[in-house]
Design a protein around this ligand. Structure first.
Ligand code: NAD
Length: 263
């Protein structure tokens, strides 16, 4: 199947490693121009070089902290300028910290809201003028299975992710007449540094080891394993591609069957 992505201009945020980096790599392998963002320019450049070497296509870097709305907006403008426009925006950010209600003060809630919800708002706000000029415009928000099914000890994510789904669905309706598609992927447990941190936190809480916690978690997943970043990236790139041209407003779990809700 031809995904129709050759020459598309793509911005993937929070992409020096993990789900973002894997998604940027897959876009690059499909022949896209890609800008990747994170806070640390050195790490970002390493990731960009490794992707560009593999794909043979240029990968640009833009360092910015997404918790700062002004920096995020400026980064979008610079990204569009470096590629001569923007066709696809993938909003991703680091996850909020693990913990339960008693663990967080009001500042922690505000920081998490800034990171998880307001980063997506700022990125989309700054991208829209560029996406409106594209013939194959798409936005993908990377959220979490926690948007549909609360995950133990992740109250910040469980609370704020559903707001990003609300934003995604509302924008799909508002922007549909302009041909801009807006979807979300809800990853389940996928092998990245974020999972290592979560397993470490669970092990500390229950006096076990991260390996034991990972085995326990995998046993609860219908496919009996955690996902790979490549499996996530394949779904992300397809949803953003013209091959998915009649798909908008969906919240697609890529979770090995973890979410138990029927719809
Ligand atoms: P990760 O920790 O492996 O990578 C996060 C990336 O975000 C890194 O490149 C980091 O540099 C960047 N980043 C963090 N804070 C940033 C900021 N303020 N500004 C700019 N860049 C920033 O995480 P991941 O596993 O790839 O997860 C990506 C997102 O998906 C997170 O929000 C995570 O909570 C969510 N998620 C992940 C899983 C999973 O199993 N991996 C499951 C559900 C949801």
């Amino acid at each position: 199947m031809d995904l129709g992505l050759k020459g598309a201009r793509v911005l993937v945020t929070a992409a020096s490693e993990g789900l973002g980096a894997a998604t940027a790599r897959q876009f690059s392998l499909e022949g896209c121009f890609v800008v990747i963002n994170s806070r640390d320019l050195g790490k970002l450049q390493q990731t960009a070089q490794s992707i560009a070497k593999e794909s043979g296509n240029p990968v640009f870097t833009q360092a910015a902290d997404l918790t700062n709305s002004e920096s995020a907006s400026k980064m979008v403008r610079n990204s569009a300028e470096s590629m001569g426009g923007l066709d696809i925006l993938v909003t991703n950010a680091g996850g909020p910290p693990s913990g339960s209600f008693a663990d967080f003060d009001i500042d922690a809630w505000q920081t998490a809201t800034q990171l998880t919800l307001m980063s997506a708002v700022s990125l989309i706000h700054a991208s829209l003028p560029h996406l409106r000029k594209s013939r194959r415009a798409a936005i993908l928000t990377i959220t979490s299975m926690s948007a549909k099914q609360p995950v133990p000890n992740l109250i910040l994510s469980n609370t704020i992710r559903p707001a990003v789904i609300g934003l995604t669905k509302s924008l799909a309706t508002e922007l549909g007449s302009e041909g801009i598609r807006v979807n979300s992927i809800l990853p389940g447990m996928t092998q990245t540094a974020r999972i290592d941190d979560i397993m470490q936190a669970r092990a500390e809480q229950s006096g076990t080891s991260p390996e034991h916690e990972l085995e326990k978690a995998a046993a609860t997943i219908p496919l009996r394993r955690i996902g790979t970043v490549a499996e996530f990236a394949n779904a992300a790139v397809f949803l953003c591609s013209p091959a998915a041209g009649y798909i908008t407003g969906v919240s697609l779990p890529v979770d090995g069957g973890t979410i138990q809700a029927t719809m």
